[in-house]
Design a protein around this ligand. Structure first.
Ligand SMILES: Cc1cc2nc3c(=O)[nH]c(=O)nc-3n(C[C@H](O)[C@H](O)[C@H](O)COP(=O)(O)OP(=O)(O)OC[C@H]3O[C@@H](n4cnc5c(N)ncnc54)[C@H](O)[C@@H]3O)c2cc1C
Length: 333
């Protein structure tokens, strides 16, 4: 019997990276996406950071995710003849003397040593940082909007994109792979209790007083986008889980920014999205039922996790390799 083609449902970060991997493997697939359902991937800051900076903790399993990570995005850029990978000098602002001591100790630990860099006491113009700051090394960000759009264009040219809302009954001749982010539990209610979806809001500001050569991390981050524009985020909210911005979200972003940034700025845009977080903070991969799989649960770190996980998932899907049990959705059965 002939193997059915794959149909990837959703073209956020998950659907983009997974379909790119399938393409590289020469596998037959199509992607169906209607962007109106979720903005999460397109508004994300796109930072690839394996360290929880507030706690100076290594993200569990991140040693897998960081291997070949920047090379992956750079190769994808080359294939698509576009530019979305941006190395980023990032400074973490200390909140206390204790935090500096922790940084000094943690900086020699395995994994963290490649990321926790030099400590500085000099002043940053228009930034209130009485305890100084430290450089986070080896960080980059991906312009997710640019990556997703250029891959979308590529899929269109290959006739591999269906731009409409997905209805399972319309596609009986495909193996369905759900990359629909937090909306998975609407299709399959058994996953409702597995998600701890988290809404996030970000704003774009214009400022001529922030330094465009690096990002800052404190209660929120500032990410330089060029032309005096900066992305500032993000909030973490567990109510009103939709893509609508709120005045409360905006005032939270403003007050968090103004805790350390003392210069003028102008609000340019404001966005919201819902992160597909899973309650044990691990991804959600595997077989839902015959002919139905999911590649999901990328949470707050889709850019960091998607390349390695998609390779792992393809080996499972195509070559019947085992899934790592901590990522396999069967752990919730
Ligand atoms: C404010 C904010 C900041 C973030 N910052 C970062 C960051 O700095 N670094 C990082 O790595 N991650 C970040 N994230 C998290 C990141 O955005 C998520 O990990 C990622 O978006 C998950 O991608 P996804 O493809 O699984 O889901 P989604 O982005 O939700 O994509 C799902 C896609 O499927 C489509 N879809 C759904 N249902 C259907 C249907 N029935 N028919 C057709 N199409 C459908 C949707 O419209 C969407 O296009 C951030 C998230 C937010 C909200």
């Amino acid at each position: 019997m002939e193997q059915k083609d794959y149909l990837i449902i959703g073209q956020g970060i998950a659907g983009t990276i997974l379909s790119y991997q399938l393409y590289k493997l020469g596998t037959r697939f199509k992607v169906i996406d209607d962007p109106q359902f979720s903005r999460s991937s397109r508004i994300a800051a796109g930072l690839a950071n394996p360290v929880v900076l507030k706690r100076q903790k290594w993200v569990k399993g991140a040693e897998h995710f960081t291997e070949n990570l920047s090379r992956f995005y750079q190769e994808m850029e080359k294939d698509l003849k576009t530019n979305f990978f941006h190395p980023l000098p990032l400074y973490h602002l200390f909140q206390s003397i204790g935090e500096i001591n922790d940084w000094q100790q943690n900086a020699s630990k395995v994994h963290l040593q490649s990321y926790l860099g030099e400590i500085f006491q000099s002043e940053i113009p228009n930034v209130n940082s009485p305890f100084g700051y430290a450089k986070v090394e080896n960080i980059f960000w991906v312009n997710t909007q640019a990556m997703i759009s250029s891959w979308r264009q590529f899929l269109k040219e290959k006739g591999a994109l269906i731009e409409e809302s997905f209805e399972a009954k319309d596609y009986p001749d495909y193996i369905h792979i759900y990359c629909n982010g937090h909306l998975l539990s609407e299709q399959f209610p058994q996953f409702q209790s597995v998600f701890t979806k988290t809404k996030g809001q970000v704003m774009i500001i214009k400022s001529n007083a922030l330094i465009p050569d690096y990002g800052l991390h404190s209660s929120v981050f500032t990410l330089p986008l060029g032309n005096q524009l900066y992305k500032v985020g993000s909030t973490y909210e567990h109510r009103k889980l939709n893509d609508e911005t709120s005045p409360e979200g905006l005032s939270r972003l403003r007050s968090d920014l103004e805790k350390f940034y003392t210069g003028p700025y102008e609000l340019v845009e404001h966005f919201a999205g819902v992160r597909p977080n899973i309650k044990d903070r691990q991804p959600l991969l595997g077989k839902i039922k015959d002919g139905n799989y999911c590649f999901n649960g990328l949470g707050s770190r889709g850019i960091l996790m998607a390349p390695y996980l998609s390779e792992h998932f393809c080996k499972y899907l195509i070559y019947a390799n085992e899934l790592k049990p901590i990522w396999d959705l069967q752990r919730f059965n």
